[in-house]
Ligand binder design. Sequence first.
Ligand code: TUI
Length: 323
Amino acid sequence: MLRTRLTDLLGIDYPIIQGGMAWVADAALAAAVSEAGGLGLIAAGAAPSEAVRQEIRRARTLTGKPFGVNVMLLSPYADEIISTVIEEGVGVVTTGAGSPGKYMEALKSKGIKVLPVASSVALGLRLERMGADAVIAEGCEAGGHIGESTTMALVPQMADALGVPVVAAGGIADGRGMAAAFCLGAEGVQCGTCFLVADECGIHPVYKQKVLKAGDCDTVVTGRSSGRPVRSIKTPFTRQYLDMEKAGASQDELEAAAAGSLRKAVKDGDVESGTFMAGQIAGLLKKEAKAGEIIACMAAEAERTLSSALNRWADKEACDVRP
Ligand code: TUI
């Protein structure tokens, strides 16, 4: 069994965390993932704290297993969401799109496990010093808001630099990817895109089909000009947006074009003005499945892949000829 420090830390069966996808990751998806032995997350996204509270309570009616809340730190409601998470006794918080520094003491003093996303080693080290229980090293293969480094380059450097467990994210959607992440030094994985096609994921059917039909080159990064790059599935809208960026559109114009576009994709399947966030691994996903099947298959395939590979951990000392 793939037991690691992460499974012990979180009290879960498989070292698999579901990504905290804004507008997507609700109580139903989080509970399904947690019921299957992973860690489900409710994404707070930009929702008001009372809506997040209702989702936390709904998840409790669906599962008795541990689940967490992802706090998107650019949210205007981040302060209240942190208070809500504490009041509701949620055990795990993951964060994205910023540093959770100012919330760390409040969360840690209540025994809440904090797993921030970091897309660089420098940030990972800072987060560890602040008391992060584990760090999610997310490569730019991921969907949504991303950093610069790839998962392949980031994870081993993060694992060497940190003492706390590293969770690999970005580009992982099956057991081979999970095994690869473990070979790079990760003790867990976080997967978002593969759960977009879970039966329990309530996104618009058009969104699901876009993921299922995507090929390896069908995602694109917009927003580089504004310093907030976002990966999503190529659409006429992403083409238009990139053209606006090339033409030197102002931040205000770009923000106005993107405002509400993720919601339009998730809720309405709006192909004209929606942003269908997904990672590069979308091309690997060919069918819908229950969250429990996705997790069980991934874990079993990772174990098979790892046990049939050379035992690199045993060789690590002997092979220490790396620079
Ligand atoms: O957060 C994500 N993915 C997201 S958030 C999101 S909502 C959004 N939509 C449009 C623009 C911006 C956000 C959609 N997808 N992943 C985790 C992640 N966090 N990736 C990168 C980071 C990150 C970036 C900067 C973490 C920390 C950071 O700066 C920390 C600091 O203050 O130094």
